[in-house]
Design a protein around this ligand. Structure first.
Ligand code: T46
Length: 135
């Protein structure tokens, strides 16, 4: 079974002045986003995330630098690298995720479908397996 999260590559609108990349809801981003946050200044060797969600869909873009994401849908795992402002990880709620190998200059931009709600996080791996292993 393949993961529901996936990498999409979008076009850069470059010209002689430089580059521009656009993200639009229900177009390059397949959902409406209510929240934007960014992760930066990550200390070398740090791994973060360690959760899945119930409903929040997210799009992760490393606008500068790079990082990797470990994905787990209870049946298989996958490692993806975000190393370009034109590479987007569409992260579905049912995939457990851990972000790692951040370059010192990494700015990881995240668009989220819902406002922040700590109740939407599944932080216990065994609970994650129980909830999602049947789907
Ligand atoms: C995810 C990955 C990709 C808020 O108060 N509001 C927010 O919108 C967010 C995202 C976080 N916070 C607080 C909660 C914690 O006290 O900021 C602190 C750090 O958040 P957290 O430990 O959840 O960060 P990560 O890197 O583990 O996970 C984040 C997102 O929370 C999560 O949804 O999927 O990035």
């Amino acid at each position: 079974q393949t993961l529901s999260s996936r990498i999409v590559r979008i076009e850069s609108l470059g010209d002689e002045r430089g580059q521009l990349t656009v993200l639009e809801e229900n177009k390059s981003i397949p959902f409406e986003f209510k929240r934007v946050f960014y992760i930066y200044g990550t200390i070398a060797g740090v791994r973060r995330g360690f959760h899945a969600h119930y409903k929040t869909r997210q799009a992760l873009i490393s606008v500068t630098g790079s990082c990797k994401v470990h994905l787990d849908n209870t049946k298989r795992t996958e490692e993806v690298e975000l190393d370009s402002p034109n590479t987007i990880l569409i992260l579905e709620p049912n995939d457990w995720h851990e972000m790692y190998d951040f370059s010192p200059d990494c700015v990881l931009l995240v668009l989220a479908s819902h406002l922040y709600d700590p109740e939407d996080y599944i932080r216990d791996y065994d609970k994650f397996i129980k909830i999602y292993s049947k789907s």
